[in-house]
Each structure stands twice: as structure tokens, then as C-alpha cells.
Design a protein around this ligand. Structure first.
Ligand code: SDX
Length: 445
């Protein structure tokens, strides 16, 4: 807590000792305040006491897009944007991508520790037996147009799941939270695959409980007339790595949406639907779709210099580059680039890879990008893998939403059990008119 102290009058006082406080002098009143510094932050509420008179509401902090505002304490994901560090519960993403599986990482994010073999077996079993969705889901999935964007279909169907589990709003019940956590992680691939099959005009494929999580997703996406779909282990592993890399990323736009909506104590399906909606945007999860459309538009290497000029003039944006936090190479982009080689062994090299590599090379040498610390992010190369897997571009953000569900749920669980959190309700700086008398319509100009 901070306290108001009398403004120093410049007289030599006791030698200041280094304290974790901020001394703030309000030059409007000459008053000085001591504001505590905790974990590298000051509490915005400590500025409310700074007033010019008793009628004054007090100072607020103003931070559009929260570029320098911490909204929560969290122990889930650590990022150091300058050093390009990403850790889930303290484990470096490079080690998890190399040695773990997505389901194990999902357990780690949700429970905070790597599981024992028995815990992992139980977790995998619980998720496997909850991959089915209510048959009625097919009814409203079928109501979408044939060319509906699968992200819009996912958004609608995740929110609709809340109506199939009305008890999910009992968010204070740990057991209820646990089963909804399992259901969300288990059913997201099913909803995603159903959306894809709908857009392809193909029958839905039910989950196959003999398959692992990524392989089962490939089964629900690509099974045709064969009795038993057999995923290519190399593609299955590449998908598992992509899922690991996309699982969580601290307080990104979609996680902030999940937390903000979840703070109203709504059920987790509705909160996750808000996350899907945020991830849909081209500046966020929709960027992988935008990258492919950009690469296809550039089409040949000769057009890259002209495109780069377009970026500098503001007519274009280099999708898949830049990040609010990473001012260094996104560590996930490096790993995805390696995974792409494994996939291309099976599918053949994506011809757009050459464009992407040349675009990256030129951008990393160009001062416009270097001066703005714009490096490839997680979305720059992932789309090349999804395209090589035969996915339509519109499915790319859906591929992001599937694994990010475990991060969203882990963040939601942390929110609902955090005694410091309450309903999110930001303030504003009012810039509109005040106290105007109503004018009859006949008298309006
Ligand atoms: C994800 O937050 C997360 O963690 C997100 C994510 C996750 O895992 O959840 O990592 C996933 O969303 C990755 C980002 C995917 N989006 C894109 O690739 C879209 C292209 N990139 C951007 O639009 C942009 O870089 C953002 C949105 C990612 C970050 O934007 P910021 O932090 O608000 O930065 P900014 O827009 O203020 O840009 C700073 C400067 C500006 O130039 P000036 O106005 O100073 O001249 O850099 C420029 C921008 O114009 N700039 C770009 C650029 N990104 C920023 N210029 C060209 N191409 C770009 N991609």
C-alpha cells in the first residue's frame, strides 16, 4: 500500500535508503506519495488517492491495448521477449518439443507438474473417452453454409457445448472444473474435424479410441473408406510438436479474452468460445492463414522486393513477422522450421517454402524490420506445414485453437481459483458530450 508523505521542501533529510517504493510528487498540489513497487509493478489503485480536491475521482492509469499492464499473477508460462525464451511451468519449450507429447504438456499446463506414468495414463484415458460430442452437434454443424469459415463454426460449436453441460457453470466445484477441463481438451479436435468435413461435404468421422491424440485428429480429418485409418507416424509426431508449441503463451489476446469473459463466472465453454473469437483475428491466430495467402500472392521470388517496399510504405503487412513480446526470434518459429523438414520428407517440399525463406532472409537484413525488431513468429512457418498436410488455409487458425485450448483452460483454472481476481471492468477516459437536453425530432438540424 502507498502512503502520502509531505512534499519534501528540499531540506536535507535522512539519507534515503534504497526502498521498493516510488516517490511521486503531484505537481498540481505539491503533495508527494510513496507507492510500493512489487514484482516490478506498481498498483494502479495506489494512484487513485492522488487528487486535486475532494471532488476529484483521483488518478487512473491509461494503457490502451495493455502494452505495459499486468492483469494477473500467473505461474503457467514464462516468456522473455528479448532473449527469445519460452517456458511452460519452467520447462523450456525446446526440451518439451523434443521429449514430450502434447497430452503430457496439456497435463503440465493444467496441473503444474509433469505427470507420473500412472497420472499420464489416466489423463490420456479420460481424454480419449471424452472425444465424442453429442449427436445434436452434427445438426447445427450441418446448418452452416458449405463455405462457412471453420473458425466461425468452431466458435459457434464450442459456445454451444455449454448448453450440453449446463452444470459447467458450477465453476466453484473442483470436480466440475476437472471434468469440463477434460471435455474441452478432448472435444476440440472433434469439433475442428467436423467443421472441416462439413466444408468438404464429407461425412463426419468419429473418434478412434485406439489412436493417440494427434493421430485421432488426422483420422477424423482424413479417413475415407478404409476400415481403420493409420496415421503416418512422421506426420503424427510433427502435429504433436506443433500442438506443443501452440499450447500456451501467457497473456496473449485470446487468453486475455478467456480471462476477461471467465471473470464474470460464466462456464468455461463460453469463456473458451471468447478465446476462439479472439484467435480468429488476422493479427493473432488468423496470421498463419494470412501468411499463406501472402506467400501465394507473392508467388515468385522476383516479386519479394516489391512486396517489401509495399510493407515499408504501409500498403502491406509482413504477416507472420513481429510480436508484442518477442523482440527476438520467436523460439517456436525455429522449432517449427525444423518440423517442416520432417513433414516435407513425407509430403514433398512445399514450393512456397522457398518464397518464405527468401522473404525471411531479406527482412532480417533490412533495417526497416531490424530497427523495429520484427522477426518471424510462430505463424510464419506453421502454415507451410498445414498446407503440406493438405489442410485448406481456412483451417489454419483452427489448428491453432485445438492445442491452445489446454492453455486457455489452464489460465481459466488459475483465474477462477485466484482470490485476487474479480470481474474485469476497465475504466475509460470519457471524450464525448456532457449533459445535453433532448431535442424533438422536428427541431433537429
Ligand atoms: C500471435 O501475443 C501473443 O503471444 C500472440 C501469439 C500467441 O502465441 O498467442 O504469439 C500468437 O498472435 C503471433 C502474432 C501473429 N500476427 C502476425 O504475424 C501479424 C503481423 N504482425 C503484427 O501485426 C504485429 O507485429 C503484432 C500484432 C504481432 C504485434 O503488434 P504490436 O506489438 O502492436 O506492434 P505494432 O503494431 O505497434 O508495431 C510496431 C511497429 C509499427 O511500425 P511503426 O508504426 O512504429 O512505424 O512495427 C510495425 C508497425 O507498423 N510492424 C510491422 C509488422 N508488425 C509490426 N510492419 C510490417 N509487418 C509486420 N508484421
Amino acid at each position: 500500500m502507498s502512503e502520502e508523505t509531505q512534499a519534501g521542501d528540499g531540506q536535507a533529510g535522512s539519507v534515503a535508503t534504497a526502498k521498493d517504493t516510488l516517490s511521486v510528487t503531484d505537481n498540481r498540489t505539491g503533495k508527494t506519495y510513496e507507492v510500493d513497487i512489487t514484482d516490478g509493478t506498481v498498483r494502479a489503485m495506489d494512484f487513485r488517492q492522488m487528487k486535486v480536491d475532494e471532488d476529484d475521482f483521483g488518478l487512473m492509469t491509461y494503457d490502451p491495448a495493455f502494452t505495459n499492464t499486468a492483469s494477473t499473477r500467473s505461474a503457467i508460462t514464462y516468456i522473455d521477449g528479448d532473449k527469445g525464451i519460452l517456458e511452460y511451468r519452467g520447462y523450456p519449450i525446446e526440451q518439451l518439443a523434443e521429449q514430450s507429447t502434447y497430452l503430457e504438456v496439456a497435463y503440465l499446463l493444467v496441473h503444474g507438474e509433469l505427470p507420473t506414468q500412472a497420472q499420464l495414463d489416466q489423463w490420456a484415458h479420460d481424454i480419449t473417452i471424452h472425444t465424442f460430442v453429442h449427436e445434436n452437434v452434427k445438426e447445427f454443424m450441418g446448418g452452416f453454409r458449405h463455405d462457412a469459415h471453420p473458425m466461425g463454426m468452431l466458435l459457434g460449436s464450442v459456445g454451444a457445448l455449454s448448453t450440453f453441460y449446463p452444470d459447467a457453470n458450477e465453476i466453484k466445484d473442483p470436480e466440475n472444473r476437472a471434468i469440463q477441463t477434460i471435455r474441452l481438451i478432448a472435444k476440440m479436435p472433434t469439433l475442428a474435424a467436423f467443421a472441416y468435413r462439413h466444408t468438404m461435404g464429407m461425412p463426419y468421422v468419429y473418434p478412434d479410441n485406439d489412436l493417440e491424440y494427434p493421430g485421432n485428429f488426422l483420422n477424423m480429418m482424413y479417413k475415407m473408406t478404409e476400415l481403420k485409418y493409420e496415421p503416418d507416424p512422421r506426420l503424427e509426431r510433427a502435429l504433436d510438436i506443433l500442438f506443443i508449441l501452440h499450447a500456451d503463451h501467457e497473456q496473449n489476446c485470446s487468453t486475455n479474452a478467456v480471462r476477461s469473459v471467465g471473470s464474470s463466472q460464466v462456464d468455461p465453454y463460453s469463456a473458451v468460445a471468447a478465446g476462439v473469437a479472439a484467435l480468429y483475428g488476422p493479427l493473432h491466430g488468423g496470421a498463419n492463414e494470412a501468411v499463406l495467402r501472402m506467400l501465394r500472392r507473392i508467388e515468385v521470388k522476383d516479386r519479394i522486393p516489391g512486396f517489401i517496399e509495399g510493407v515499408k510504405s504501409g500498403d502491406e503487412r509482413l504477416m507472420g513477422f513481429g510480436h508484442r513480446v518477442y523482440k527476438n526470434y520467436d523460439p517456436r518459429a525455429k522449432i517449427i522450421k525444423q518440423a517442416a523438414d520432417d513433414v516435407f520428407e513425407v509430403t514433398g517440399v512445399n514450393p512456397l517454402l522457398e518464397i518464405a525463406l527468401e522473404l525471411e532472409k531479406i527482412a532480417l537484413e533490412d533495417d526497416y524490420f531490424v530497427s523495429r525488431k520484427l522477426y518471424p513468429n510462430v505463424d510464419f512457418y506453421s502454415g507451410l506445414i498445414y498446407e503440406a498436410l493438405g489442410l485448406p488455409v481456412a483451417m489454419f487458425p483452427v489448428m491453432f485453437a485445438i492445442p491452445r485450448t489446454s492453455g486457455w483452460v489452464a489460465q481459466w483454472l488459475e483465474l477462477v481459483t485466484d482470490s485476487e481476481q474479480k470481474i474485469a471492468r476497465p475504466r475509460q477516459i470519457y471524450t464525448g458530450d456532457r449533459t445535453r437536453d433532448y431535442v424533438a425530432i422536428g427541431s433537429r438540424s
